[in-house]
Ligand binder design. Structure first.
Ligand code: ATP
Ligand code: MG
Length: 658
C-alpha cells in the first residue's frame, strides 16, 4: 500500500484496512468428489486457450472452430468458424441422450400451491412451438425481440426460442417503467415484444401489459406484442397484440435447430443502471455458452443427476440469463424457478421452497442475505434445509458478517459459500472460490477462476503488491466477455478499455491481501477520499455490519472543510436492536476500533431503508446527494423512490460529534 506522499492530495491506491482471520476449508467429501480440482489452475496457466478449448468441448458443436481466439484489442472473437445452436445444447441434446423425463424447472408461482414441473422433453416441445410462432410473426435471425415478463416458464422458453432461430433477445426486467422499457426497445430496435398480462408480486396480481402498451405506443418499429395470460386480469388490447395461447399452442412441436456461428449475437442486456445511463451489453454464442456452462459446474460443483439448484435472481438480470437459463440448462441441471418475493406470503418462503424441493445449491445476493439477517435467525431455523450443500453470493460485496450468517443459519455450518464476482459485461463468473478446492475467507472473492487473468493495479497500471489496494482489471480476453456496447463501439472502447492500456477496466476497486487473495471493495466511483486516504465504502460498511446491532449499512464521502471528504453512514438496525441516543457514538467507536481512526464516520444516520436499484443494489450516489444537502439526481432506477424522503427526513437529527 502506498503511503501518504507530502504535497500530494491523493494516494494512488486504495487503503487496506480490514483484516479477517476466519477460514473455512472445503468439506472433505465435497473436495474428494469435486468436479474441478486444484489441477485446473495449473492446466489453465500452462495453456490458457487449450483450457478454454477443452471447456468448449463440453458443448455439442455442429462444426468445430478453426481458431480459438482472434484478438484485435479490444475486439475479441472466440471459437472462430465454429457453429452450434444454443437451444439445442440447452435442451434437445439432453432429450436425445435419454434424459427427456428429467426435470429442467420446478416452477413455483408466488401464490402458494401454484406450481408446474417442466421436463427437458416439455421444454423441447415448448421451445420448438415458440420458435415456430416467432417465425410465423416474421422474426428472423438477427432480429431483436424485447422480453418483459414475470418469472414464469414462458420467460426462459422465450429466450431459448430466440436463441434457437438466432434472433437476439433483449430482456427488460419486469419492474421497469414504461419509459425505461421504451428506451430499451428503441435502442435495440426490437420488432416483437413478448410480455404477460401481469405477474404475482407481494400477494397480488401486478399488471405488466399497461406498461407495455404505454411504451409500445411510442415505438412504431414494434410489429407484434405477444401476451401470456398469467394472472387473468383485465387487459386492454391493441391491434399489435396476440395471445400466447392463441399463437403458440397451435404450432408444430417440431422445429429444426439450425447451427449458428459462434460469434453470432445471442442477446443484448442493459446493465442495471447503478451508476448511470444503462449500456446495451452484447453477448455472442459459442464463447458465452462455454464459460457459463463451465463455470456453473465448477463453481457450484453441480452434479446434474442429483443436485437441485436454485438461483433466486430474476431472469431480467444477467445472473438469471447465465445461471438460471444458459449455464444450468447447458449442463442438464434441475433448477427451481420462483416467481415471487421472499416475504410472500411469509418471511420463510425461501426456506419453505428449499425444503419442498430439497434444494442442494442456492445462489442469491447479499442484499437478500442482509434482509434475512434483519428478519431474524428464528425464521430459517423453522425449516429443514439439510439438503443444502453449496451456497453462492453475487451482486455486491458480501460483508464478512453476512457471509458468516449465511454459512451458519442457511448452510448449517457445513456448506461452503462461494462469493462470485462478475458483471453483465463479463457474462459469467470471473473471480470466485472453488468449493472443493479453496479455503475460503468470509468476504473475499479469493482468486480468478482458471483461464481468467485478473489483477489489481494502481493508477499507473502496475500490479499492487500483497496487502495493497487499487483497480480491478482483466488482462486477457475471456470467452464470455462482452463483444461491444450495442451500436456504440466507441463507448465500449471509452468505458472499458481506455483507463488502462490493453486492460479491461471493470470499474470496481479491489485489494490483494497478504496471501494474495482478492477482495472486492466496491465501485471506484464511490471511493471516499478522507485526509488523503482512499477509503473503500465496502470496508467501512463491513465494519458497521460487524456490530451486532446493525443489519445493513451504506456509507458515502461528503465534502468536508477539514478532511476533504468525511464519511457519512446510513445504517439499518437489526430487528431486535433498539434505536437509542448513544447508538451513533457506539457505532463510530466500533468502526474506529475495527479499521482505525481514519475510517471513523463523521455522521451516523439510522434509517428504515436504503435506496436500491431494482436489482437490489445500494445506490450510493443518491445518498451522497442527501449527505451534501443537494437536490436528488436521477431516481428512476430506484425500486421505491419514496425511500429517499424517509432518509432525507432523518438528516436534521444527524449527530456529528468529535
Ligand atoms: P451499471 O453498470 O449500470 O452501474 P451494475 O454494475 O449494478 O450497473 P451489474 O452488471 O448487474 O450492473 O453488476 C455488476 C457489478 O456488481 C460489479 O461491477 C460489482 O460492482 C458488483 N458485484 C457483483 N458481484 C460482486 C461480488 N461478488 N463482490 C463484489 N461486487 C460484486
Ligand atoms: Mg456495472
Amino acid at each position: 500500500m502506498a503511503s501518504e506522499t507530502p504535497g500530494h492530495e491523493t494516494q494512488e491506491t486504495l487503503s487496506n484496512l480490514l483484516s479477517e482471520n476466519r477460514r473455512f476449508a472445503p468439506p472433505a467429501d465435497l473436495a474428494a468428489g469435486a468436479n474441478v480440482t486444484a489441477a485446473a489452475y495449473e492446466e489453465a496457466e500452462e495453456d490458457r486457450l487449450g483450457f478454454w478449448e477443452r471447456a468448449a468441448e463440453r458443448l455439442t458443436w455442429a462444426e468445430r472452430w478453426d481458431t480459438t481466439l482472434e484478438w484485435n484489442p479490444p475486439f475479441a472473437k472466440w471459437f472462430v468458424g465454429g457453429k452450434l445452436n444454443v437451444a439445442y445444447n440447452c435442451v434437445d441434446r439432453h432429450v436425445e441422450a435419454g434424459r427427456g423425463d428429467k426435470v429442467a424447472y420446478h416452477w413455483e408461482g408466488e401464490p402458494e400451491g401454484d406450481s408446474r414441473t417442466i421436463t427437458y422433453a416439455d421444454l423441447q416441445r415448448e421451445v420448438s412451438k415458440t420458435a415456430n410462432a416467432l417465425e410465423e410473426l416474421g422474426v428472423r435471425k438477427g432480429d431483436r425481440v424485447a422480453i418483459y415478463m414475470p418469472m414464469i416458464p414462458e420467460l426462459p422458453i422465450s429466450l431459448l426460442a430466440c436463441a434457437r432461430i438466432g434472433a437476439i433477445h433483449s430482456v427488460v426486467f419486469g419492474g421497469f417503467s414504461a419509459s425505461a422499457l421504451k428506451s430499451r426497445i428503441d435502442d435495440a430496435d426490437a420488432k416483437v415484444v413478448i410480455t404477460a398480462d401481469g405477474g404475482y408480486r407481494r400477494g397480488a396480481p401486478s399488471a405488466l401489459k399497461p406498461t407495455v402498451d404505454e411504451a409500445v405506443s411510442e415505438c412504431p418499429g414494434v410489429e407484434h406484442v405477444v401476451v401470456v395470460r398469467r394472472t387473468g386480469q383485465d387487459v386492454a388490447t391493441t391491434d399489435k397484440d396476440v395471445w400466447w395461447h392463441d399463437l403458440v399452442d397451435r404450432q408444430s412441436e417440431q422445429h429444426t435447430a439450425v447451427p449458428h456461428d459462434a460469434e453470432d449475437p445471442l442477446y443484448i442486456l442493459y446493465t442495471s443502471g447503478t451508476t448511470g445511463k444503462p449500456k446495451g451489453i452484447l453477448h455472442t454464442t459459442g464463447g458465452y455458452l462455454t464459460q457459463t456452462s463451465w463455470t456453473h459446474q465448477a463453481v457450484f460443483d453441480l452434479k446434474p443427476e442429483t443436485d437441485v439448484y436454485w438461483c433466486t435472481a430474476d431472469i431480467g438480470w444477467v445472473t438469471g440469463h447465465s445461471y438460471i437459463v444458459y449455464g444450468p440448462l447447458a449442463n442438464g441441471a434441475t433448477s427451481v424457478l420462483y416467481e415471487g418475493t421472499p416475504d410472500t406470503p411469509h418471511r420463510g418462503r425461501f426456506w419453505e421452497v428449499v425444503q419442498k424441493y430439497g434444494v442442494t445449491i442456492l445462489y442469491t445476493a447479499p442484499t437478500a442475505i442482509r434482509t434475512f439477517m434483519k428478519w431474524g435467525d428464528d425464521i430459517p431455523a423453522k425449516f429443514d434445509m439439510s439438503s443444502l450443500r453449496v451456497l453462492g453470493s453475487v451482486g455486491e460485496p458480501i460483508n464478512p458478517e453476512a457471509y458468516v450468517w449465511y454459512r451458519e443459519h442457511i448452510g448449517g455450518d457445513r456448506c461452503p459459500v462461494v462469493d462470485t464476482w462478475w458483471q453483465t459485461e463479463t457474462g459469467a463468473i470471473m473471480i470466485s472460490p472453488l468449493p472443493g478446492v479453496t479455503s475460503a475467507k468470509p468476504g473475499a472473492a479469493m482468486r480468478p477462476l482458471p483461464g481468467i487473468v485478473a489483477d489489481v493495479v494502481d493508477d499507473q497500471a502496475n500490479s499492487v503488491p500483497n496487502g495493497g489496494g487499487g483497480f480491478l482489471v482483466v488482462r486477457e480476453p475471456w470467452p464470455s466477455m462482452l463483444r461491444t456496447i450495442w451500436g456504440d463501439d466507441q463507448r465500449y472502447i471509452d468505458t472499458y478499455w481506455s483507463r488502462f492500456e490493453g486492460m479491461y477496466f471493470a470499474g470496481d476497486g479491489a485489494k490483494r491481501d497478504d496471501d494474495g487473495d482478492i477482495w472486492l471493495l466496491g465501485r471506484v466511483d464511490d471511493v471516499m477520499l478522507v485526509s488523503g486516504h482512499n477509503i473503500s465504502t465496502t470496508e467501512v460498511e463491513s465494519a458497521l455490519v460487524s456490530h451486532p446491532k446493525v443489519a445493513e449499512a451504506a456509507v458515502v464521502g461528503a465534502t468536508d472543510p477539514v478532511t476533504g471528504q468525511a464519511i457519512v453512514s446510513f445504517v439499518i438496525l437489526r430487528g431486535s436492536a433498539e434505536e437509542s441516543d448513544d447508538i451513533a457514538t457506539e457505532l463510530r467507536t466500533h468502526v474506529a476500533k475495527t479499521l482505525g481512526p481514519i475510517a471513523k464516520p463523521r455522521q451516523i444516520l439510522i434509517v428504515p431503508e436504503l435506496p436500491k436499484t431494482r436489482s437490489g443494489k445500494i445506490m450510493r450516489r443518491l445518498l451522497r446527494d442527501v449527505a451534501e444537502n443537494r437536490s436528488l439526481g436521477d431516481v428512476t432506477t430506484l425500486t421505491d423512490s419514496s425511500v429517499m424522503n424517509l432518509i432525507s427526513d432523518k438528516l436534521p437529527s444527524a449527530k456529528s460529534e468529535d
